[in-house]
Design a binder for this molecule. Structure first.
Ligand code: 13P
Length: 263
């Protein structure tokens, strides 16, 4: 069962984009849109996930925004703390820089960079222990969907992390369902298919944690201003993880507005 009291989340995953000057411009434009017509924080959480190198400068730029806009890390190290780990950024270093949120398990990390289950469990465990809120991404491939395995794959991805999440830490997890075949392809899951999967995820979560009914479950995969309203109308879709469309301030703003107005 959905819970209409869940505040939606709209998070822009910038992936390996854009160059510094364009990022600056994007944030300035987004801030202007909020200044012109604000979206109340209690109606929608908003976050952006820039590249690691831009995290603190984007965070600084967002300090004088008309409302809170979270800065989200796209990934973090599987190793905690500090030490001789060349190229890594730990949960504690993120936290120390004032970053409170991180994505874990994005399909691009799973598929292209070898983030298998054991690595993801370590990342999630360290992020939660450092006090970060985690947006944990799940989703099936086209092949898995066509074989009728979508539900099983996605629920397994949720079960995978259960062993490393302490009872109280579930309230610091947001789930993002991103069917891999819908990412960057222009193909969105139909609102009916997305809602059906979200309802299954919610059912699975309620069996694992007492927070399950209140956890936000975001949809990701070719979300645009044009399809945000109908996705936002689905009872178990509590927000969006937006890729391409988050690189355009106006589109991202419209998506946030659609979710803010939907609940
Ligand atoms: P697109 O919105 O570009 O399909 O990307 C979705 C995504 O992967 C967000 O994390």
């Amino acid at each position: 069962m959905s819970n209409s009291t869940i505040t939606p989340w709209v998070v822009g995953n910038w992936k390996m984009n854009p160059m510094h000057a364009n990022a600056f411009q994007l944030i300035q434009e987004f801030k202007q849109l909020l200044e012109h017509e604000n979206i109340a924080p209690e109606q929608c959480h908003i976050g952006v996930a820039p590249t690691t190198i831009a995290l603190t400068s984007i965070q600084a730029q967002l300090k004088d925004a008309a409302r809170t806009v979270y800065t989200v890390a796209q990934d973090l190290s599987r190793v905690a703390g500090t030490g001789a780990y060349t190229g890594e950024v730990s949960a504690e270093l993120l936290k120390d820089s004032g970053i409170e949120f991180a994505l874990v398990g994005h399909s691009e990390r799973r598929e292209l960079f070898g983030d298998h289950v054991e690595i993801l469990k370590e990342k999630l465990h360290h992020a939660l222990n450092a006090g970060l809120t985690v947006i944990y991404c799940v989703g099936e491939s086209l092949d898995q969907r066509e074989q009728g395995l979508a539900d099983q794959v996605v629920l397994q991805q949720i079960c995978d992390i259960a062993a490393v999440v302490q009872a109280e830490q579930w309230q610091n997890i947001v789930i993002a369902y991103e069917p891999i075949w819908a990412i960057g392809t222009g193909k969105t899951a139909s609102p009916e298919d997305a809602q059906a999967m979200h309802a299954k995820i919610r059912e699975g979560l309620t069996q694992i944690t007492s927070y399950g009914a209140n956890m936000a479950i975001l949809y990701g995969g070719s979300v645009k201003a044009e399809n945000a309203v109908e996705l936002a109308a689905c009872p178990d879709i509590n927000g969006a993880l937006v890729g391409g469309a988050s690189l355009n301030a106006q589109s991202f703003y419209q998506i946030a507005k659609a979710f803010a107005q939907s609940k």
